[in-house]
Design a protein around this ligand. Sequence first.
Ligand SMILES: O=P(O)(O)OC[C@H]1O[C@@H](O)[C@H](O)[C@@H](O)[C@@H]1O
Length: 297
Amino acid sequence: MPTQVEQGTVTLTHPKGSRVEILLYGATVISWIAPSPSGSLQERLFVSSKALLDGSKPVRGGIPVVFPCFGAPTHPEHLKLAQHGFARNTIWKFAGVVMDNEAGVSVKLTLDPIDHESISSVYPKKFALSYVVTLAEHQLSTDLHVENTSPSDSLEFQALLHNYISSPADEVSISPLQGLSFYDKTEPTEEGKAKAKVESRDKVDVKKFTDSVYENAPGRYNIVWPQGSIEIKAKGFKDVVVWNPQEEGAKIGDMETQGWKKYVCVEPGYVRGFVKLEPQQKWTGQQVLTIQSLTHL
Ligand SMILES: O=P(O)(O)OC[C@H]1O[C@@H](O)[C@H](O)[C@@H](O)[C@@H]1O
């Protein structure tokens, strides 16, 4: 059975051994196992050993879904929402298998605010979310679909797929980001955070505390370390956030000891400004994570 739904978790398996686990809570992908080019199966996502998986708080790791605000809310319609919005801590519905063939297996999860008083009480907008997760032998795709179901109001939102890519943080490099303008959230003052910088590095590392929001990014990123490489392709997400807290991570309650050494986040998003959907319009943001052979680089 390539798809199993049990106890709030959806598990997809591929004949070649790849596997993905998705919690209905937050539609959070909490595990992606995929073979390296040499064939050995490896976990590709970091989840903190202190992460709570019981639905009491967003998962520290995997791929939380950020919607409708990124970071602390700034849009007037989002002011009652928590950091990164409600999609990552709401229970989604399993809506069925979308595809199941030799190439891969794909499922859909949905979130309708009508089912959640916790959302409609703070965000009385009409919209529908669906999330399609597709597993192939060396690849994981996650597509977020947003529909404005209102007959009369527009919908403005931000969205981001907050992957935690398992990798040695002190050895990774991320490219190509050179020449892009970015906002450095590690700057101590609001003025510093709001001032655009230009990325001068050919290969970006996260050896120090990094929280950078690159805008109008190319939509294709390579994360490379001595033993491996993952490519991220993004569509609909014009920005990308590179985050690793380094020692600042010790302040995060559900971060395991030195957990920040085990991952890098390279998060495709639409987070500078807002996607604006007119009544009945739809939008899709997609990320495709692919295990790469180092010899292809
Ligand atoms: O602790 P949270 O809410 O999961 O957020 C983690 C990080 O998420 C990143 O996307 C943000 O750029 C960071 O500023 C933030 O610290």
